[in-house]
Structure formats: C-alpha cells, structure tokens
Write a protein that binds this ligand. Structure first.
Ligand SMILES: Cc1ncc(COP(=O)(O)O)c(C=O)c1O
Length: 377
C-alpha cells in the first residue's frame, strides 16, 4: 500500500528520502558501473574509481582523509566494528559509555560484558547531557575505549563530544563517537572532535539505506569482525556495494554544500513549530536541551494524551514517531527519556518530530493545526 503524499513527513531521524541528485547518481551507476572494484581490467577500474570518489566526497564532509574511511552496511555495522574491533584488540578491560546510546552501541557492549569486559554506563542530566567530568572520574587503568554519541536520535541533544574527546586524547584512550544522527544535519569535523572512530549513516542525510561508514583515524588499530578477502584494508571483506557507496558519496557532497543552509532552515522551522505549539497547547514540554540540540529535532511531551494515541489521531496528517516501545499492546516509556529523569506520564506523552531539508513553512503550519486539533478532540 502506498502512503498518501499529503501526509507531512516529520520523521527524518528515522530516515530521509533520497535526494534527487543521489537518486540520479545511483541510477547512473546501476546502469553502467557493474564491474567488480577488485578486477584488474577496465570495468573493475571504473567501479574502483567510483568507490574512491565516494571515499573522497565523504572524507571531505567530515574533515578526514579518504584512506581513513571504511565503508560498511550502515550505522549498526560501523558501531559493531568500532566496539568489537577495539575490544578484540585489547582482549580485556574497561569501556565507558552513556546510558542513552542507541541499541547499536548498547547491545554490543552488553555482549562484551557477557565476555568479561567491564562497562560503565554514565548517567545523563535532565537535558540528556553526559558530564565530561564524570567521564574523567570513571577512567580506570584498564579503560581502553570511550564511546559517546554525537547527538541523541530521540531528543537531538548534542553531547559535549569535543570535551570528551580532549579527555580521551590526554589519557590516550580510544574514543568512538556514533554520529549517525549528526552527519549531514550539523557540521561534524573529526579533527576538532579528537575522535579515533566515528560512525556515519547514509540514509540519515538523503543517501541510500544499507550503507554507511566508519571513520578510523590513522594509527588507530582495529581487528576485523568479519573475515574474507582484503577489501577495505581487510577490515570489511566482501565485494563493495558500489552504487550505494556512490550514493553515499553524492549525499556527502550535497551535505557539504548545503549544511549552512540546512541548519538555518531547520532551526527556523523547528523554532516556529515549538513556539506555536507552546502558544496553542498549554502544558506542552520540550524534552532535551533547548539549545544544545540538532536543529531539526523536537521531542515534545503533550499533556493528557500519550504520544502513541496522538500519532494515531494524526495518522492521515503527519508521519512522526514516539520513543516508547510497544509490547503486547502496552507501551513502555522511552529508556532515553526515563534516563533523563522524566516521569512515566511525560515520557509516554512524548512525540519526536524530526524535520528535513525539504520541510516547508506551510507544512509546519498545517502540522501545528492538525496537532492542535488532535489534542483538543
Ligand atoms: C544514533 C544511531 N546510531 C545508529 C543507528 C543505526 O543505523 P542503521 O539502522 O542504519 O544501521 C541509528 C539509526 O537509527 C541511530 O539513530
């Protein structure tokens, strides 16, 4: 079944539509570029060049050098590669993370705990922020990895990554940052963040799904988590997903060009949406940091209605999401919002609206109208 084109898409943190330029780049690649990048002949070289070009485009977006980029199947794989890849190298020891990380970080860490590694899950404050001094205090002799996300997928709260990176660098501990939600939405520069490892996800910034990358700073040694041939420096064996990688490259080039405009546009519209909701619905509350957050993300709690009930009423008007999980018809509040100390009622009343580069002022006005109507009926 096809969705109605009239439904306003405000779920860009879940995924974004393909940019037309990306679509064209992929289509062109699919038509002509079928070679295996490992083949020594002309067909292979053309495919290899496409992958290398994408590597340069992505590196340009995040201030890396092209040989520091390893292509993966997405954010989940990049996080697993960073976490298991370092853990396998160190064999034992201690890792510091935050309790509001994405499951693609938390689950690998849970698995490492079962294998004898120690993990400290730092708490967050009521805005969802990790305190860098808590990172410092929890460092032990055997701490080999710190992994803290760049921005939270539910609230958009931006973590003090630069400060944490500085601490990690001073203490010579590897630092991984899951920047799945930030790359393409805000400027991200691997050098100024002092990260060793950074996760990039193509479909969060108008590229195709099923492709992503791990930035690995020169000199950072990982062991592979997959074994096969020597693709991607032996870290990610398997014939490259050439056309999707080309799409990720094009999305990176676009993001680099548009980033200033994207930030300004999404900031303006999300501010407008928040102000209007505050004005028209008494008792709505913004979750997450009011300033230190992604320009596109509004996690809002509504009074006297659950987020899931509200979205059900808005089914034909708006596509957005809640952070709550549904098990056998019962909703449990989002773990991220609970970690911030929100009451069950406020956490269950939350809806995440995530705007995109193509969201218009008119759509926001229509969306607010629909939300107000749904709240009073
Ligand atoms: C913060 C964060 N990390 C990792 C991921 C995983 O990305 P993927 O589903 O593309 O593997 C996501 C996806 O929502 C995310 O938001």
């Amino acid at each position: 079944m096809k969705h109605s084109p009239h439904i306003i898409y405000l779920d860009n943190n879940a995924t974004t539509p393909l940019a037309p330029e990306v679509c064209n780049a992929i289509a062109e690649c699919l038509k002509i570029n079928f070679g295996n990048p490992s083949s020594g002949h002309a067909y292979g070289s053309t495919a290899k060049n496409a992958v290398q070009h994408a590597r340069e485009q992505l590196a340009g977006l995040i201030g890396a050098s092209p040989d520091e980029i390893i292509f993966t199947s997405g954010g989940t794989e990049a996080n697993n590669m960073a976490i298991f890849g370092t853990a396998r190298r160190f064999r034992s020891g201690h890792i510091i993370t935050s309790c509001t990380e994405h499951p693609a970080v938390l689950k690998p860490l849970n698995e490492l705990q079962k294998r004898g590694y120690r993990v400290t899950y730092l708490p967050v404050d009521s805005y969802g922020l990790v305190d860098p001094s808590a990172v410092m205090k929890n460092i032990r002799k055997d701490t080999f990895l710190i992994t803290v996300m760049h921005s939270n997928n539910e609230t958009g709260t931006l973590q003090p990554v630069k400060e944490i990176g500085k601490i990690a660098k001073e203490r010579r501990i590897l630092f991984h940052c899951d920047a799945a939600q930030s790359v393409g939405k805000v400027p991200v520069n691997v050098k100024s963040l002092h990260v060793n490892l950074l996760t990039i996800v193509s479909h969060k910034f108008y590229g195709p799904k099923g492709v992503g990358a791990l930035y690995i700073r020169k000199g950072t040694d990982l062991l592979p988590i997959l074994y096969g041939a020597s693709h991607e420096k032996g870290l990610r064996p398997g014939t490259e997903n050439v056309c999707s990688i080309a799409g990720l490259g094009k999305a990176s080039e676009l993001a680099r060009k548009e980033i200033k405009h994207r930030v300004a546009h999404m900031k303006k519209l999300s501010r407008m949406m928040l102000e209007e909701l505050h004005r028209q619905i008494p008792g709505v509350k913004l979750n997450g940091h009011p300033l230190k957050r992604l320009p596109n993300t509004l996690n809002i709690s509504f009074p006297n209605i659950t987020g899931s009930a509200l979205l059900e009423r808005l089914r034909n008007d708006i596509a957005a999401s809640t952070g709550s999980a549904c098990h056998e018809g019962k909703h449990t509040p989002s773990a991220v919002l609970k970690a911030m100390g929100l009451s069950d009622e406020r956490a269950l009343g939350a809806v995440r609206f995530s705007l995109g580069r193509d969201t218009t002022e008119q759509q926001i006005k229509k969306a607010v109208k629909a939300i107000v109507k749904a709240c009073i009926t």
